[in-house]
Design a protein around this ligand. Sequence first.
Ligand code: F6R
Length: 241
Amino acid sequence: MFKIIVVDNYDEASSEAFKVMKEEVVGNDKPVLGLATGSTPIGLYKKMQADHKANGTSYKNVVTFNLDEYIGLPKDHDQTYYTFMHENLFDGLDIPESNIHIPVGDSTDVPAECVKYEEAMKEYNIDIQLLGIGANGHIGFNEPGTSFDTLTHIVELKEKTRQDNARFFGSIDDVPTQAITMGISTILKSKKILMVATGENKADAIYGMIKGPISEDCPASALQNHDNVIVIVDKAAASKL
Ligand code: F6R
């Protein structure tokens, strides 16, 4: 079931998302947040940091799980999601490092890391999972064609994705070929889901997620099977609904 909130622009989307997140953080003794990377959550994360600084909202009891991570890069590489999350969110909060979970992409046993990550989430139960959406409807690194039954798993990155990301690395050869991602089944286990999308290039994906057939062709359409999804979209992303 979707609760759809349409706003005017990116900043308003970030403010609405912040309200939802803050409610979770202050309303729970031990809030468990599922987090995402990408450009969409940056505005929300800035607001969380600003609120912590101005109002002292504490993250000491907050536990987090990130959706995904590249395989093969050392943690401190400037393109890991580990680095992204520390720079854009965690370094500006009082969250203990031991409460932060991000798949370990430079693990010597990646399949075992996937199992371990899934087990850890089972133990904690994510209260709210933040998601962005790809223009093709992907969620996490779950591209079209991914089974809805998937748990945390290894994905081969598409050539197109690697080329798109080459600008962040020295050359295409430096772009990882694989990643670890929560699966679609993993994402659906979260008690609540918060999807944020802005811009016209997300309009088809948002339409497919909400109004399209439930199909592996649009991974986000799996969210139609979840009973508590908050969707925050600007007018451009909502334009096809
Ligand atoms: C991020 C992630 C991706 C992004 C999606 C949208 O951890 O798993 O699915 O949420 O690619 O990215 P942006 O927000 O950059 O448009």
